[in-house]
Design a binder for this molecule. Sequence first.
Ligand code: PHE
Length: 335
Amino acid sequence: MMEGYEKAAADAEERLASAADIHAVADIERDLLGRRSQFTEAKRRLGDLDPGDRAAAGRRLNAARERVEASVAAARARLTASGRADRYEAERLDLTERLPRVVPLRRGHLHPVTQARDRLEDVFVGMGYTVAEGPEVESAWYNFEALNIPEWHPARGEFDTIFVNLGQPEEVMLRSHTSPVQIRVMENREPPIYIVAPGRTFRTDTADATHLPAFNQIEGLAVDRNITLGDLAGTIDEFVRALFGREVKARLRPSYFPFTEPSAEFDISRPDGSWLELGGCGMVHPNVLRNCGIDPEEWQGFAFGFGIDRLAVMRHDIDDIREFVNNDVRFLSQF
Ligand code: PHE
């Protein structure tokens, strides 16, 4: 009996070593130390032995039990530790994980229209202008009235305005040009004033190769003493040269805007000898100055406004302005 158990206890370590999990360990433990085990049986039989032999047999039995218990404890420790480690490994979140670098990550860059806008701002800041901004949703006062376009004026129709369903009919709108920023600036500042105001503008145009319903303009406004049309022409010349170099020429053509008098449209020359219309300009109308509390006897001004998207088209020789809003990275990454 005793030998049988000692043999089983000696094998315990090997059996436990191949136990796959703590449940298997518990099974082996029950088999070796449980109520129906050889151990329990041997302990019960100790009482049958001679009292002289009993103590020695008891010691042998206890030594075997301790061996088994130590082996079970070791196996349990091994399996719970590695079980935990396995679970941790499976549940692990690698916060430094990256996509495999099959295609190397590339750094993006600013949209070509944003680049043109930044460049324009730089050129005008270099000429002593500051940058102003106004809201994209405007009232009829800023978008029309204060700019000398009363309600009855046919020019209102020319702007293809997108109205917002707020207030009275045709009272609130998405600004159809950046000229309302002229008014906001003149209302709030004393001359001399030299500002440019770039920003988004909106018209009911259907998108085609040269039009977008949401586009960008940059407005310029100078108000000072003794400002002349020559200053306006010189300013346009100067910025066209700064942007495109000496080969590109600018020209003014007489035109009409209610908020400037005289008014002109300005074009820039293309390599093929044709002219591209870029925007409008003129001397600020005395009514506009008056609407902003500026005395036209003392102060004069010029203003201009043109499309930034158009300018970017020209700069990069792009044949369809819609490319700017298609969001095709193959197109955009070229600039
Ligand atoms: N606001 C005019 C337009 O959008 C352009 C312009 C600006 C003309 C300033 C004259 C002076 O067509």
